[in-house]
Design a protein around this ligand. Structure first.
Ligand SMILES: [Zn+2]
Length: 297
C-alpha cells in the first residue's frame, strides 16, 4: 500500500510539473509582433511625461482663455450612458493680432508624421493633426507621440470615403464616433474637434451641422491652403502660403493653414521649416485648434 501511494504521488507530481511547464512555456516564449510597431520615435523620453493638454469632464466646460489642446475623457456613448451633456459650452472666440494655426490632415503616416513632429519640436511650436481612423489603427504609436508632445488631435472621419460620408448625417456621425473610439483606445481620451474630408462646402446639409452641434463636435475649416494636395514641390507650397498670407491680412487674427501629412506628402515636410520660419519672422503666434479658435471664415 505504501509503495502504491508513493508511486501515485510521484506520478501526480510529474503531472503537475508537466502541466505548469506546458501552460507557461508558450507565454514565456511569446515574442511581441515587432512588424506591427512603427520605427522608434524621435521623442522616446516624452512618452512618460504628462502632456500639457486640457481635459473635459462631466460638464463640458471650456476655460475661456485656454490655449491647450482639448480632449474629452468620455466618448459620446459614455456621456449618454451617464446622462452627461454631449454638446459643448459656447465660448467667445480668441482673436489675436497675428495668430497662425498649422494643421495637418490625412495622417498619421509612418514616414511624414514623425519627421513633422521633429521639425515642430526643433522650432518649439505646436500644431493640430486631423487623423483618419484607418491610419490611426495602423500607427497607434504615432498618435500617442502627437498627443504626448502636446499637439492637438482632430477627427478626420474613419475612412475618408466621400460617397459614404456624404450619404447622410448619420453615416457621417457614425464615422466620427468610430474614429473617436479607436483614438480613445490609444490615448484614453478623445478629440472634440473635427474636419470634414474635402471641406464642408457642397458636402454638408443643415442636418450635418445640427448633428455635429448635438454631438459636441467643433467643425474646423481653413482659410489658407498650402496647395500641397497635388504634386506641388516644396518651393511652390511655400510660395502659395506666403502669397495667401500676405494677400489676406484680414485673416491674421486666426490664420488656419491647411497642409497634409498623409502618404505622399514628403514635399510638405520639406517645406515646413521655411513655412515656420516665415511666420516667425512676421511675428506670428502659433496656437493649436480648440474651442477658442474662431471659425475659418
Ligand atoms: Zn483629408
Amino acid at each position: 500500500m505504501v509503495k502504491k501511494y508513493s508511486l501515485l504521488s510521484i506520478i501526480g507530481i510529474i503531472f503537475v510539473i508537466s502541466f505548469i511547464f506546458l501552460t507557461s512555456s508558450p507565454r514565456s516564449l511569446a515574442i511581441p509582433n515587432m512588424q506591427e510597431s512603427p520605427s522608434p520615435t524621435s521623442q522616446p523620453l516624452e512618452t512618460k511625461t504628462q502632456p500639457n493638454v486640457y481635459y473635459l469632464t462631466e460638464t463640458n466646460n471650456v476655460v475661456q482663455t485656454n490655449d491647450k489642446p482639448e480632449y474629452d475623457v468620455f466618448t459620446n456613448q459614455e456621456r449618454r450612458e451617464r446622462n452627461f451633456p454631449t454638446a459643448l459650452t459656447v465660448i467667445e472666440p480668441y482673436l489675436g493680432d497675428k495668430i497662425i494655426y498649422l494643421t495637418f490632415d490625412d495622417g498619421p503616416d509612418p514616414e511624414n508624421t514623425p519627421l513633422i513632429l521633429t521639425i515642430l519640436k526643433e522650432n518649439n511650436v505646436k500644431a493640430t493633426f486631423f487623423v483618419v481612423g484607418t491610419e490611426v489603427s495602423k500607427y497607434p504609436e504615432i498618435v500617442q507621440q502627437i498627443f504626448t508632445a502636446g499637439h492637438a488631435i482632430g477627427n478626420h472621419t474613419y475612412n475618408h470615403v466621400y460617397r459614404q460620408l456624404y450619404q447622410s448625417s448619420t453615416t457621417y456621425i457614425n464615422q466620427l464616433q468610430h474614429n473617436d473610439e479607436i483614438i480613445k483606445g490609444i490615448i484614453n481620451v478623445r478629440p472634440r474637434i473635427s474636419r470634414a474630408p474635402g471641406g464642408t462646402a457642397g458636402h454638408f446639409t443643415t442636418e450635418y451641422w445640427k448633428a455635429l452641434k448635438v454631438q459636441g463636435y467643433i467643425e474646423v475649416g481653413w482659410n489658407i491652403s498650402s496647395g500641397d494636395a497635388s504634386s506641388a514641390k516644396a518651393d511652390t507650397i511655400l510660395k502659395n502660403i506666403v502669397n495667401q498670407t500676405n494677400n489676406n491680412t484680414f485673416l491674421w487674427s486666426h490664420a488656419i493653414l491647411l497642409m497634409h501629412d498623409g502618404k505622399g506628402h514628403s514635399e510638405t515636410v520639406k517645406a515646413l521649416p521655411s513655412i515656420i520660419q516665415f511666420y516667425k519672422e512676421q511675428g506670428f503666434e502659433f496656437r493649436v485648434i480648440n474651442a477658442t479658435t474662431p471659425p475659418a471664415w
